[in-house]
Design a protein around this ligand. Sequence first.
Ligand SMILES: [Zn+2]
Length: 466
Amino acid sequence: MKLLLLALLAVNMGGIKYLDSSFNVYDRMQKTVHEYAEPGFLEYKSSALLASHLEENGFSVEWGVAEIPTAFIASYGSGKPVIGILAEYDALPGLSQDTTAFNSPLAGKEYGHGCGHNLLGTGAVASAVAISKWLAEGHAGTVKLFGCPAEENAGAKAFMVRDGYFDGVDCVLAWHPSSVNMIQRNSAIARIGVVFTFKGKPAHSAGAPHLGRSALDAVEAFDYMMNLNREHFPPETKFHYVISNGGEAPNVVPAEAQAYYFLRHPSVKTLKEVLEWTKKAAEGAALGTGTTVECDVLSGNYPILINEHLSRMALKNLIKVGGVKLDDREKAFVDEVKRNSGSTSMGNFSKFETVRDYFGPIIATGGSDDVGDVSQVVPLFKVNTTVNVAGAHTWQMATLAGTTIGTKALINAAKVMYLTAVDLYTKPKELKAVRDEFESVRGANPHYEPLMGDRKPPIDFYTNQK
Ligand SMILES: [Zn+2]
């Protein structure tokens, strides 16, 4: 009996040993991606680094997925089940940051890993390689790592889902750096990214303003109307915008101006209604200012459909793996970051060593996530491991993500995904339970309708932004 138990335990330990002994490999990799800090759709060096490591480990790599140059799929093994793992590697504007315990943007660098996607991508790769080592021992099944660009701006996963790249995948495993070790219970909210471009007539602003029609006036009228609408939109609607083009010079009546909006709501149906109302506001603003308007939905994301059975399987493995264990030097560094954070520190909220070993209710708060679109077509879970002492999109995350603390967190996440993958490969009943729950939640004749329609990925919009 004892021998049988030991044999069972040893069944999945190979990948764990691999991850423990590869700390330095993935430490170097995440720090290199941290240094590259490339914006969405321009992650050429980051995606190449991750993909080449997978290739060296026997994966076959397909590039240009969904017509996106920095999207790739790396596959290993053969036959069913097919387990997918999501990797991200894009950085954020305004968050360039050295790995110091205080806010220190790097000279001449705009982008930084304020959401820890250098860890996300590297941890996903580490996990996929660990799984491939286990498959190589003679087990049936396939692992597919999805290299997903531009999570922060356009959400490439929605385009990859729309174009059928997740067809035939049985389950997807995902993770994100966080300030708590837990299985995610936040389903996020649906989001539409939409650009309104107004066109008027140029004229000398002082010499002949009566001959001009200001596209900027239209943007201002539109934004004003939207802010009045805040009170009357369906409860839980959120929207925010920037003026992505406000004209060139005060002495020329702007012939073209543009507002870039994010509209959000927990319900996709309500969000679509909010979009229609927003379009009416834009048309009204154009009518009143003698301009015209064009509306372009760039991107859209669904909320995350959380699979309870798969989440429970992952929680067991997270408890097995445990929290992120810091040494004295790392603890001192975390304390210093906290001290330098002032009110932005989440203080004792951040928990490195402990694991949240229970499930609260599913909530729909905060931002949006293109993992949502994947969850509409494949059951998935998302595990969080602790890296940070403040919220996401902060210098604190950008700093901590570039240290060994981040590497420890990514190794832990890789272990949880690895163990859960092995469970899914070896326990067909568990996989069936996951799939059955997924089918029953989606109901008969499920239909995924991408929120951005059939447009091409808006790569040019982002690369041309001033
Ligand atoms: Zn993120």
